[in-house]
Design a protein around this ligand. Sequence first.
Ligand code: CA
Length: 213
Amino acid sequence: MVEDDPAVSEPLLAGLQRNGIETEHVAYASHVVAAASGVDVVLLDLGLPDGDGLDVLRELRRVSDVPVIIATARGDETDRIVGLEIGADDYVVKPYSVRELAARIRAIARRRRVDAPLASGRVVVDRNRHRVSVDGREVELTAKEFDLLAVLAEEPGRAVTRQELFSRVWDPVWIGTGKTLDVHVASLRRKLGDPSLIETVRGVGYRLAVDDA
Ligand code: CA
C-alpha cells in the first residue's frame, strides 16, 4: 500500500488484515519501486508528498510487471485513462469500501496465479484445470470443497478464519451457525484420505498443514 495520509492508511491496513490480506505500507513515491519487489499487488495512491503516483507507475513499469491498483481521490476520467494506459491493472476512486478493494485485490492476484498450481507438499490444487491430488493421486471434490481447499492452499500453514472461509466460499454476508463449513471440512478431510492435512485452529478456523514429505 502506497498512501501518505494516515487517516486513510490506518483503517485500510486494519481492514485488509481483517480480510486476510497481508499488507506492507509506504508513504513516499521514492520508496515504491524497492518495496514493490516480491509483492502480489501494489495499491497506489496518486497524490504523494514527494511525487506523482503516475510517474511512480511509469518508473515501476520499467522494472516490474507487478499488478497495480490505483487508489485515489482523483476520479476524473483523464487520470483514470492515463493510469490504465501506462499499465495500471485496475482503478478505485476514494472513498471505496475495504471489502470491495479486498475483492479486487484477490481478483487480480487470482488472475495472475491461476496457471500456477498451489501445493503444500502432499496436496496439489490446480485451479486452472480444477484438479486436486494428494500424494500424486487425483481426488474428486464437489465445487464447494474445491473452493474451500483452494483458499486454504493459497498459503499453507496460514490459519484462515471461519469468517474469511465463509465470505470467500459461500457468501460475503453469510450469517449462520457455521455448520455448513464444518460439514464441508469433514467431507474434504475424508476425501483427501488423511484428516491431519486440514488442521483445526481452535477459536480461529482452519489451515492446510505444511508438509515437507
Ligand atoms: Ca495522497
